[in-house]
Ligand binder design. Structure first.
Ligand SMILES: *[C@@H]1O[C@H](CO)[C@@H](O)[C@H](O)[C@H]1NC(C)=O
Ligand SMILES: *[C@@H]1O[C@H](CO)[C@@H](O)[C@H](O)[C@H]1NC(C)=O
Ligand SMILES: *[C@@H]1O[C@H](CO)[C@@H](O)[C@H](O)[C@H]1NC(C)=O
Ligand SMILES: *[C@@H]1O[C@H](CO)[C@@H](O)[C@H](O)[C@H]1NC(C)=O
Ligand SMILES: *[C@@H]1O[C@H](CO)[C@@H](O)[C@H](O)[C@H]1NC(C)=O
Ligand SMILES: *[C@@H]1O[C@H](CO)[C@@H](O)[C@H](O)[C@H]1NC(C)=O
Ligand SMILES: *[C@@H]1O[C@H](CO)[C@@H](O)[C@H](O)[C@H]1NC(C)=O
Ligand SMILES: *[C@@H]1O[C@H](CO)[C@@H](O)[C@H](O)[C@H]1NC(C)=O
Ligand SMILES: *[C@@H]1O[C@H](CO)[C@@H](O)[C@H](O)[C@H]1NC(C)=O
Ligand SMILES: *[C@@H]1O[C@H](CO)[C@@H](O)[C@H](O)[C@H]1NC(C)=O
Ligand SMILES: *[C@@H]1O[C@H](CO)[C@@H](O)[C@H](O)[C@H]1NC(C)=O
Length: 743
């Protein structure tokens, strides 16, 4: 009875939860890395959060705390070289004296870039004394060249602060704080000609720098336009009237050829323009904030898209999203849009649209053919009027809108942290962008948006739930993904088609990398398969149409039971999107006094001899049967087990007696509580205390506590506690994590 109560209480909630709203954004499969990838972790080294792919050298340069590694790109478990860059004890004590913790006063490698001559620029926080050096990888040795230079403004002081950098034509562009306190944000270019931002809140207002990307817009440009460096960040909004601090996402850019002004804006950017970046998600009121950006260019720069991941600014468990932006849309806002200006009145100051005359040359524009014709060859030649305008008004009026009507991905749950995007060609020749999204719970999501329809193919759990993904790198040529967290680094392939175990599973996955080969009867990678075999391969990405697939095989399992027991038949749906349906001797079962379905498992209560028969668990995903598992349930042959049976019966009787006792004691306790309340004194807390003192005792107070515990643990606990799993021949729970198999 107690058991029934628990089932009916929990059962319906569990049964229906899969059918409503949370299904949206549910990954089709949840898997772990198991044998799909390689892991790298060095004893005593942490914070694997900076990476540089050196495909030319076949190594992944990995920056961690006080250490830099060169790992084999094909198998990162294979460490080819490493070099230590630790802080000296002097520096550590100086850092500690200034009030920083021991963890902070270490050297966190933050910047790794390839120089034009093949050597590498590496910068570290170096106990709050940012420092850069050159590094080479030759003859299997990783060597720091001890050509140390000041890293202020290039690399953050504080290892916990976000930063961004990009190396273009041997010059470093960086966005970080330039002082110890982390209060002076700067976007600058260094190495040869230093140029930076003004220290005013209209330029940067408590920014959180995210990413920097070079865009070769000057290449073959008929307008003689310049290359640009785009910066993504979030900052406190100046343009809203809000009582509370409100943050917004931004995109900003500078021109590569900008060397600052002559008198106005000397050694400052003359081309720093910024605007708001929108990624609207229904149900969220405050703007989402950008966390990472991936630059995806299928062809020339004109086709480039920025993919950004966004999370809410309050720490409520809310929706994360992916939005993509066309480079052309961003360019349009900067080159043609209106400016915002600060309106000052005796009582208010407010940022409003600037509707006056914009000086010529246009403020913030790069030097192009048109400007050169007017005699402005360099930013140094620009007139004061233009420079003064831009110094006061770096903010554009219009925001950049995402390229699609809706965000490409929206998901509730663990926040998105990082993103990379890979292009792949489907069987029919159409191209698809596959998004790999790192999460704060240590997993990577693989998602595709098919004409506005979001599909999360799978979620691969790489690290512990408490270890956020801190960096994602993609090697298109090798088809590998490199993922870093504070505790380890993982390499995994972009696809593992062989893990789809049936045609229906393979096709329903809608994984553009995979198709089902009807001849070899296997899920195969479709890249590079010969054209004349295409007709043998099934792939239907837009609909997941499995019409050409053979029906799934029925898996038969034998199982025995003892009369009077609760028999549990387990069923793993094989997909998070599937619904499970149980049938007994080919009749679909409904929940009844006899059968209970909890978490997809069928429970046969008080099993009788007549319950022997065929029990089939059918997993149905978008109206397709993806899996049929039939248990042939038979009475245990008592003759063979004569020594076991009496014991079972005895346990059964004990259980019944205990259950009866529990119920009686519950009723007594309830009566007592009611009586006590009625009389106005509280006997309950005293009772609980007593139970804690003597946990083993069978007192009138303890029993209800046990009921409560069983109630929250659910029927699984109940079953296990009484050791019935083994006796009724139930499968053990060891393989319950395996989403692909049934046992
Ligand atoms: C480095 O890793 C350790 C261990 O996970 C973590 O406690 C620490 O916060 C990390 N440091 C930074 C700067 O992220
Ligand atoms: C990867 O490298 C490690 C360490 O060198 C080695 O033990 C392992 O066998 C390699 N794995 C594969 C699949 O090559
Ligand atoms: C590469 O270039 C950097 C800066 O331009 C220079 O300092 C370094 O010595 C060069 N390295 C090699 C190996 O030529
Ligand atoms: C690389 O390191 C090895 C072992 O430390 C050393 O024998 C070798 O001379 C080094 N090679 C170079 C080019 O420095
Ligand atoms: C700009 O360059 C052109 C041709 O190179 C030159 O004739 C002109 O004098 C330059 N103008 C300025 C202001 O330097
Ligand atoms: C996929 O299925 C849809 C609808 O079921 C069908 O119209 C379409 O032709 C199929 N596409 C391919 C490539 O088989
Ligand atoms: C290929 O299939 C996709 C969907 O799977 C469809 O959108 C596209 O039009 C097809 N392309 C060609 C060239 O048939
Ligand atoms: C189930 O039992 C039948 C008859 O005893 C036997 O032929 C069959 O091989 C068994 N199947 C499995 C999967 O063990
Ligand atoms: C799965 O099992 C159910 C119930 O026994 C049956 O009706 C159905 O035909 C089976 N489907 C397949 C594809 O085997
Ligand atoms: C449901 O069952 C699966 C596998 O048997 C298990 O991993 C999961 O924790 C169960 N969920 C609940 C809510 O009991
Ligand atoms: C990963 O899944 C496999 C089965 O797919 C399981 O055997 C293994 O224990 C799991 N590993 C972890 C770390 O959970």
């Amino acid at each position: 009875m107690l058991f029934l109560f628990i089932l009916s209480f929990w059962g319906p909630a569990v049964l229906t939860s899969g059918q409503v709203w949370p299904l949206y954004g549910t990954p089709r499969k949840t898997v772990n890395l198991s044998n799909r990838g390689h892991v790298f972790q060095e004893e005593g080294v942490w914070n694997y959060s900076t990476m540089l792919l050196r495909e030319d050298m076949g190594v992944l340069i990995l920056g961690a705390r006080e250490t830099i590694f060169a790992l084999d790109l094909m198998n990162i478990t294979h460490k080819k070289a490493m070099v230590k860059w630790a802080v000296t004890s002097d520096m550590q004590s100086t850092c500690s004296i200034k009030g920083k913790t021991l963890t902070e006063c270490q050297n966190y490698i933050r910047i790794l870039h390839k120089m034009p001559n093949g050597s590498m620029l590496v910068c570290g926080t170096n106990a709050f004394n940012p420092t850069c050096d050159l590094m080479s990888y030759t003859d299997g040795n990783l060597t720091l060249e001890s050509k140390q230079q000041d890293g202020k403004g290039k690399c953050p002081f504080d290892p916990f602060q976000r930063y961004a950098s990009e190396l273009v034509d041997g010059e470093l562009y960086s966005a970080t704080s330039i002082n110890f306190l982390g209060s002076e944000p700067v976007v600058m270019r260094s190495l040869n000609e230093n140029v930076r931002t003004e220290f005013t809140t209209s330029w940067l207002s408590e920014p959180n720098f995210i990413a920097m990307k070079h865009m070769p817009e000057g290449h073959d440009n008929p307008d003689g336009d310049d290359d640009k460096i785009y910066l993504f960040f979030s900052e406190t909004a100046v343009e809203y009237d809000a009582y509370n601090k409100l943050d917004v996402s931004r995109v900003a850019r500078v021109c590569k050829g900008d060397v600052g002004g002559q008198r106005t804006l000397q050694k400052k950017w003359t081309s720093f323009l910024k605007t708001r970046l929108d990624c609207p998600v229904p149900q969220t009121r405050l703007p989402l904030l950008i966390q990472d950006v991936f630059l995806f260019c299928p062809d020339t720069w004109k086709t480039c898209m920025f993919y950004g991941v966004f999370t809410p600014q309050t720490n409520m468990p809310e929706y994360s999203a992916v939005c993509a932006y066309k480079i052309q849309d961003i360019r349009e806002v900067f080159s043609e849009g209106k400016f915002k200006t600060l309106y000052r009145d005796s009582s208010i100051t407010k940022w409003v649209t600037f509707n006056g005359d914009v000086p010529d040359p246009r403020p913030g524009a790069c030097i192009n053919k048109d400007a050169r014709q007017k005699g402005y060859n360099r930013s140094l030649d620009l007139p004061d009027k233009t420079l003064q305008f831009i110094r006061e008004r770096p903010l554009m009026d219009q925001a950049v809108k995402q390229s699609s009507q809706q965000p490409l991905v929206v998901k509730k749950g663990a926040a998105f942290t990082r993103i990379v995007v890979a292009n792949t060609i489907g069987l029919n020749g159409s191209s698809h962008q596959v998004m790999f999204i790192g999460t704060a719970s240590g997993s990577v999501l693989k998602a595709v948006n098919y004409d506005g329809q979001m599909v999360i193919i799978e979620e691969v759990q790489l690290f512990k739930q408490s270890e956020p993904v801190k960096i994602l790198q993609l090697s298109i040529t090798l088809g590998q993904l490199y993922v870093g967290s504070e505790v380890a680094t993982v390499q995994m392939p972009l696809s593992t088609c062989e893990h789809y175990n049936s045609c229906v599973d393979c096709v329903l996955a809608r994984d553009p990398y995979c198709g089902w080969n009807l001849i070899s009867d296997s899920c195969i990678a479709i890249n590079n398969i010969p054209q004349d075999t295409h007709s043998e391969v099934v792939q239907n990405l837009t609909h997941g149409n499995v019409g050409r697939c053979p029906a799934v095989e029925n898996i038969m399992t034998n199982k025995t039971f003892y009369p009077g027991n609760v028999v549990r038949l387990q069923c793993l749906p094989g997909s998070n999107l599937a619904q499970v349906q149980w049938s007994v001797n080919n009749h679909i079962t409904a929940k009844s006094n006899k059968y209970q379905i909890y978490n997809n498992s069928l429970f046969i209560l008080n099993a009788a001899n007549s319950d022997a028969g065929l029990y089939t668990c059918t997993s149905i995903e978008s109206s397709n049967v993806i899996q049929n598992v039939t248990y042939n349930l038979r009475l245990e042959n008592i003759m063979d087990q004569n020594s076991v049976l009496p014991q079972v019966q005895e346990q059964q009787n004990t259980l019944l007696a205990l259950t009866a006792l529990v119920i009686i004691l519950t009723l007594i306790l309830l009566a007592l509580v009611v009586w006590n309340f009625y009389k106005g004194h509280f006997a309950v807390p005293r009772c609980f205390g007593k139970a804690e003192e003597r946990p083993q005792s069978v007192s009138g107070c303890q029993e209800p506590l046990q009921i409560g515990a069983k109630n929250t643990a659910g029927p699984m606990e109940f079953n296990r506690n009484n050791n019935h799993n083994r006796l009724s021949g139930l499968p053990d729970t060891a393989n319950q994590h395996n989403g692909d198999k049934v046992f």
